[in-house]
Write a new protein. Sequence first.
Lengths: 164, 291, 790
Amino acid sequence: MDVAADDRVQIRLTVNGRQREAEVQPRWLLSDVLRHDLGLTGTHVGCEHGVCGCCTILLDGSPARSCLMLAVQADGAEVRTIEGLAGPDGTLHPLQEAFRRHHGLQCGFCTPGFLMAALPIYRGAAGMSDEELRKALGGQLCRCTGYAGILAAVRAAAAIEDER
Amino acid sequence: MKPAPFAYHRPRTGDEVDECLAEHGSEAKVLAGGQSLVPLLNMRLATPSHLIDINRLEGEPGEPAVREAVVAFGPLVRHGSVERSAEVATRLPLLVEAIEYVGHPAIRSRGTVVGSIAHADPSAELPAVLNVLEGEASVRSRRGRRSVKAVDFLVGPFRTVLDEDEWVDEVRFPIPARPHGTAFEEFARRSGDYALCGVACVAERADDGRVEASLSYLGMGPVPVRLVMPTLGPDEMADGALAEALEDATRSRLEPIDDLHASGEYRMWLAKRLGLRAARRAAASIPALHR
Amino acid sequence: MTTRMFGQPIPRVEDPRLLTGRGRYTDDFEHGAAQAAFVRSDFAHARIRGIDVSAASALPGVLGVFTHADLEGDFGEPLPLLIPNDGLTAPRTQRALALDEVCYAGETVAMVVARDRYVAEDAASMVMVDYEPLPVVADLAAAAAAGAPPAHLDMRDNVAGRVSEEKGDVDAAMAAAHHVFEWRFRIERSASMPLEGRAVVAKYDEAEDRLLLYDATQAPTGVRAGLAALFGMDPDRVHVVAPDIGGGFGVKVVQFYPEEVLIPWASRRLGVPVKWTEDRREHFIGSTQERGQIHEVSVGVDDAGRILALETRFLHDAGAYCPYGLIIAINTAAQLPGPYRLDNYRYEFTAVYTNTVPTSPYRGAGRPHGVFVMERVIERVSRALGLDSIELRRRNFIQPSEFPHDVGVTYQDGGPTVYDSGDYPRGLDVLLEALDLDRARKEQAELRAEGRTVGIGMACYVEGTGIGPYEGAAVSILPDGAVAVATGLSTQGQGHETMLAQIAADELGAPLESIHVVAGDTRRIGYGVGTFASRSAVVAGNAVLLASREVARQARDVASRILEVAPDDLVLEDGAVHVAGAPDRAIGLAELALLSNPLRYAFDKRAEAAARLAQRAYASSDRPLPEGTKPGLSATEYYSPTSGVFAFGMHAAVVEVDPDTFDLKIRRYVLVHDCGKIINPTIVRGQIEGGVAQGVGGAFYERIDYDENGQIQNANFMDFLMPYATEVPSIEIHHTETPSPNNPLGVKGVGEAGVIPVAAVIANALEDALGRPVDEMPVSPLRLFEMSRG
């Protein structure tokens, strides 16, 4: 594939289980295309240099910073965003329910990134020490909560899931 | 912060990469993990007119290749797969230990080992590990291939010996032949940050049973610096002899800079403290002699 | 369901949408809008000799490139001076686009509007500005020194203003004191740095001459009023909506930022919606910071450590402009005394211009500076006299019987600083018990015996909260039973929607789920002030209380006519109005709302009852709408406090310094806080936890680093270090409740509580650990290393 700077290329990707298409320029960031072309504004942009983690999504199952990816790189990939976390009937994912119960969010701007980053690790969270869990959630900034509610929520999510 | 415009190429084979670099090399950058490059693009600190995305190269392994005497990485092996590799943890735990300091999980899921070496950040962990193990990089272009030793490959901050039309398609970390222990130490302001000072250490048991420790420092100069300690007995490792040797070596070989986060003097202090810790820990983890 | 909502840890009503990615932040609106980017000064001080926009304008996709020359009339004038003060002898605010002089690196010089942000940034990089660099003064002390280069060409020095006040007779008291000490303290604060930057979306509708803004602002009513005046438009045609906002912490309360004027201006000029979303680099150089002060303190004490007199002369870094006036420094001066009785107190501050980003309040707003000074004084006096600093605090506390207590200086609202209530001795008791000081000291001794460097420190503070001039609340009960509440201030994560709903629920007896709070939309209520200075619960909360009470009164009134009982015999409960003691004689709120509007035309089946009501009234020779009443159940009420109300707290920390790296580890962090009556304990806890985290960041990690050319060296998140979860300790929170007698709810604010004393606590703990004074904050491993070297 070769695309001139001012040309567009069609990309096809699966987002939250649905086939989506977009026409993108090579330099457009995945975070921007998700938000503005695909209308999925739940993924937020805090820094555009990979430090704050607000833009974290799951790419082919692994957490990735969507601000550090070109949309064109996501062609053919499977992307999961915050909009795909709750059930189709709106039932909150245990992680979301845990954040709600444990006051794991205030302004909500970092929350989608945290939820997606916590998704791969929440099942083992209850067994982690405080230090281990903080490290596992490293790389995600929150300016509002001081992290206390977030840690409590991630720790509690697996039990909420098992309750169901 | 959006990148300046660039043409985008997605070669499917190594030959196509060669061709692309031959044509555009002077204005091109290779995109692998993107965790170091894309921030530079977004901040317009790098404004290549061509971006060569190698993430879809066919047939490239996603896992490290653990061979008899070396652990080898193709260009698409991500940091995350090293973290998860039980084989690497057994044969070359230094790599796993160092990689845990590289950024955060979301960074490690995309960033590549080869990319980290080619990026040549003086504060990065993996170039120091390559350096202490005296590894090498496999460099190719349309003109041919060559192997470059770590110490020759990294020439300055964010500078390597790569010509404009060259790229790295493999990096090899030798596994020390003699019984050995390893340790990695670093100090960063926050978890996952670039280190103010870090050190990768290999401690090998010499034939006479004494310990030969090599340490490669990161964040202490324009490129990783490898110091070889004099051979020391186990007692000397524990007492002032090691500290003295380290003091001499660091003072004569390391040139740390002053910057926002640390002064050269403070870095030198860290170098000695972390070096001591690493050397002792590495020595202590040398497998015991079998009788 | 008769549970009272006030005081309950109700889960937040905001959460479901925020958790599922359905929050609507400013950048989420108007995807099709044109986008702006700005050319910002590269130089900290320079003359602009010329601007060439030709190449930028010619770029495909660019709708316009604008400089000051394009701004007509008042649009080209300096932006408002928000808080006037007689002490501001040389007020300066910037223009939306610079005219001929730029005074900080980051000042807006030109605006590009293009089809998307990528193209806008391309064009911005093509604008050629011919700068003539001028001398730069970036350091506070240097700027205040005689002969310093002026940060503004038209000034001979860098003094923005000076204020001085005295309570009692400091000179006499100092002369009579047994001991007089003099110390210098320096404290740098950093910046709000919310994770969502600023953003503005403007839609000017030419056909209707209407302007609508979505703006991530903490003060939409102020922005609206100012834009209406600037555009010469009837305020009813100008509306500002603050949607979901990703954190504010003070930086988003300044009005106006240049972009808040230029984006609507561009929309009107170009006839299309225009959006600007700040990126992180812009935020560092284009949004305000708080930064530092240098204090020269004299304190006179007696042998028992009672403070007889205290004087501070301090410099305050205003940055290049002072849109927010002198508020930070005034707060420092007024709040410095804290919980201590200072019968003789004098301050003099000089606000100084530097060629750096303008300063304005960041959570704490000058109080952290004052607390740092006062608590360092307490510690240093104790050590100098060989006294226990806790004992010293007790000796100097204002006693519970001494309220109201007049500090004797002017407060930030222009009135006197008068504490309404507090119980500092009890707070200290609670803290010490929670800390178990004896055991902590024993553990410290054991660790020290192992060669470890451990220290224990504490700090107390009093926090002025809840200032006016007022807030309003519009409450209505809708015919479907929903309760609509609107208030003029906006919300940035503090849980206002939940907290205010709790208050309304109690007054109206309505289920919480039926109450919908909208904050910060001038279409719903046009008068308001803003979210800052820990005031929302106090001022908006009491406004909601008053408005809800009035609606409840109206509901009883309407019901009394229908049920034919006296209004006093009616209660509101479980979503209905019923006769006291006879719950079956009830009318639901939905039905009542319908019936409160007597109709001629029944617009649907349910409305027939209202039509019949009107007919019945006339049939009994009555009028359907009694004199003095109006249709509907709704009220808009305003609460204007007589003065601020003063919360307080005390924090303690056990810290350890790593001998190899000089890294700081907080082993324990314990605090007691008192914000009067608590509306939602969960929300309060979250505010404190977040505040402490910012305090830890400010004490050990965050610092805006300027070089001598006025360039920020760390304008990115890799080098400006905000703490991750790995850098923030767990916090133990205890509370006392000393209600305020000054407002009906008895509440005080808590928004800033967590952050205010943290720098002081850490400094005091470090002094205890290292055995040497720590009189400058923030510190860092480098700094601790240098201190250890002598």
